[in-house]
Design a protein. Sequence first.
Length: 174
Amino acid sequence: MAITSPERLWWKQPVCGQEKLWISIALVWCIFITAIMPYWHFFGKQNPSQEYYRVSPVKYGAIVDKFTAKHKVGEEAGIPVVDPPPGDIFIAGSQFVWHPILKLKSGRTYRLHLSSTDMVHGFSVYPMNMNFMAVPDMDYVLTIQPDKAGEFFIICNEFCGGGHHTMTGKIIVS
Ligand SMILES: [Cu+2]
């Protein structure tokens, strides 16, 4: 029953250099993926503009309403559709809708202001891989240039309450 101590050399040293080879491969890979992060940050051309401003949810709501009233061209299922010229455009997330629906032109540059009028929402544009957050108190400006015509859907990907699964919006590019 006694527990005896293991033999002095209880493990066997690898006979060939394979262990060193695999550790070297893992090390080189670690260095590579660490280096690619700063590299891609500067050269990947996919970073957000890092431009944001403080704005109260009430004020942002008023800005979006004014913008919507000025450029409204129609309505879809009760949500206003706007057709603004290139420049500053606004979208707001609120329980449980993205509004307004934006009509944009391919090849033109827009400054998309993104915020929320109540709580944090996730701003995901499908089918592209574009993913941001709409945060109350923060007007986040994304400089965008649509390069493909079509209908793009906005899905809220941050749980925001009972109607979260119905929270969709739309961007129409022509
Ligand atoms: Cu949500």
